[in-house]
Design a protein around this ligand. Structure first.
Ligand SMILES: Cc1cc2nc3c(=O)[nH]c(=O)nc-3n(C[C@H](O)[C@H](O)[C@H](O)COP(=O)(O)OP(=O)(O)OC[C@H]3O[C@@H](n4cnc5c(N)ncnc54)[C@H](O)[C@@H]3O)c2cc1C
Length: 507
């Protein structure tokens, strides 16, 4: 009898591909399946947030994503009689190497991730559909159906549903998906536009709604997004219809042509009631779907995956307690919940026909936004939220501080900032990282030896000297996903030892 797989990854969209990349790093035994015979070639999600670029950097794919993408720095809001110009992402982001929103089609993002996996010897098993899950003792029997009609039963310890909005894993695990559909229909097209200034995001705001053009680059120069006029018949989407809508919003003549993809779709706002049920986990669209406002969907999915992968890997290797897996829902469900609320608010402001909201959209927002964004504080907060750099796990059971937390600098549960620059690259290797700040004589090998014993393969020590995110003498533990699990002031190792005894078992 063959040993059960550690993990079956169901779905090879961006979430499943990112999860597979992380599992591969730790030598976890897994398979990644997808029911479709080919990967999707439509652009779909069009932007990668700074935090996602950081989180993918350890796999060596971020440079390639940046090389293929288009970092947009400018937003132009077109009002009936003027254009308001705003800078995107150029303030309060000194602690990241990627202070920009990267426009890149989801098809390209998936292709970069799939190429990385191929280079690591991991192939996506296409034409393979999960259709049933049965719990059998300590494992799960996964019933798969191949495109040639044959069936296969696979044993796995854990199953992760990265299988999108209609997740079979979610259904099989009996997890509810609560929320609602928005009444509006949206039109989307990747195409060429004559008359638009290149390299910027263009938003046309009127009482009727909003029209956007995003600088996509490939497979076409522009992504157009608009709301179908309320009450208008659901006619087929074609260039004539898109031109008619554009003409209604714009005073200068924009000419649309050479569309490579046109579609219409309804939006939902739904979240999984749980992100875990026993051996079953949900990540990405299987756990949350919402409007594309703020470009959060794919990014949140990739970051779900990178929160979960190392936890599964270390538990399967016997190096972390089962309890660590409970922190997945504790950490990611609040993130998913806040994305659902944030995108719902942005969607309502952008589409509502309520006279007060219309007034706010067309008159107040264009006046107030540039003023508010000129102030460093609010601007930094807005960009930190949208860029997902502000995500933290401070309330997680796996975040702890010593008896004296450092007075300044990042706290337990925060992402490790890339400040001084290069700190993230230094801690990008697999496993945990112990950061020691302060003069070297405070950290004699003799004091560290008992902490490191039996852990050296998954815990790397860095003596930072001047290269520390904290002033003075302090130490901290960076988790494999780049978040600080533990921080403390001083050079005492007792509380550090207690933290590690709980979360990182010795060989
Ligand atoms: C028209 C459109 C426009 C969009 N625009 C944006 C945007 O502008 N910005 C944004 O952030 N997001 C956008 N999105 C959403 C974005 O595409 C998703 O958030 C993203 O794809 C989620 O990735 P995922 O890997 O979680 O799921 P998916 O990409 O849905 O991948 C799920 C995979 O699972 C496979 N699968 C499903 N069931 C099974 C099964 N039973 N067995 C095996 N395999 C299975 C599917 O074939 C699929 O490949 C858009 C989506 C659409 C459709």
């Amino acid at each position: 009898m063959t040993a059960p797989l550690d993990v079956l990854v169901v779905g090879a969209g961006p979430t499943g591909l990112a999860l597979a990349a992380q599992l591969r790093t730790y030598g976890t035994t897994f398979r990644i399946i997808d029911r479709s015979l080919d990967r999707a070639h439509e652009s779909r999600a069009l932007a990668i947030q700074p935090r996602t670029l950081e989180a993918l950097a350890p796999f060596g794919v971020t440079d390639e994503l940046v090389a293929r993408g288009n970092p947009a720095m400018q937003l132009r809001m077109h009002l009936p009689h003027r254009v308001v110009q705003m800078q995107l992402f150029d303030i309060g982001l000194a602690d990241t190497a990627y202070p920009f929103l990267l426009f890149l089609s989801q098809a390209e993002t998936e292709s970069v991730l799939a190429e990385h996996l191929r280079g690591q010897g991991v192939g996506v098993e296409r034409g393979t559909e999960l259709h049933r899950l049965e719990r059998t003792g300590s494992t799960v029997t996964c019933r798969l159906r191949h495109s040639d009609g044959t069936e296969e039963a696979v044993e796995a310890m854990y199953v992760v549903g990265c299988d999108g909005a209609h997740s079979a894993v979610r259904a099989q695990a009996g997890i509810g998906f609560k929320g609602y559909a928005y009444p509006q229909t949206f039109l989307l097209a990747d195409l060429e536009v004559d008359g638009l200034e290149p390299g910027a995001v263009h938003a046309y705001m009127t009482g009727a709604g909003m029209l956007f053009f995003f600088p996509l680059g490939s497979p076409a120069t522009w992504r157009m997004l608009a709301m179908r006029t309320q009450g208008a018949p659901d006619t087929e989407v074609d260039l004539g219809l898109l031109q008619e809508i554009t003409d209604r919003y714009t005073s200068n003549r924009l000419v649309l042509h050479d569309s490579v993809w046109m579609t219409d779709f309804r939006l939902h706002n739904r979240g999984a009631v749980h992100y875990r049920s026993g051996p079953f986990f949900l990540a990405g669209d299987a756990a949350h779907i919402h409007s594309p406002a703020g470009a959060q969907g794919m990014n949140t999915g990739i970051q779900d995956a990178l929160n979960l992968g190392w936890k599964l890997a270390l538990v399967c290797r016997g190096r972390a307690p089962e309890e660590l897996l409970e922190t997945y829902e504790a950490e990611r469900a609040p993130v998913g919940g806040s994305v659902l609320r944030f995108t719902d608010r942005a969607f309502t402001i952008g589409t509502s026909s309520n006279p007060v909201v219309r007034f706010a959209r067309t008159r107040l927002a264009p006046r107030l936004a540039p003023l508010a964004l000129r102030a460093t504080g609010p601007r930094g907060r807005v960009f930190r939220t949208v860029s997902e750099l502000g995500i933290h796990y401070r309330r997680s059971p796996a975040s702890a501080s010593g008896s004296r937390p450092p007075g300044r600098g990042p706290r337990a549960g925060d992402r490790l900032p890339d400040l001084p620059r290069g700190l993230q690259a230094r801690t990008a290797g697999p496993g945990w990282h112990l950061l020691l700040a302060g003069p070297p004589h405070l950290w004699p090998d003799g004091r560290l030896a008992p902490v490191l014993a039996g852990r050296a393969d998954v815990l790397t020590v860095h003596r930072l000297g001047e290269q520390s995110p904290w002033p003075g003498v302090a130490h901290g533990l960076v988790r494999p996903d780049g978040y600080l699990g533990y921080v403390a002031r001083g050079a005492g190792a007792d509380a550090l030892s207690i933290y590690l005894d709980r979360w990182l078992r010795r060989v």
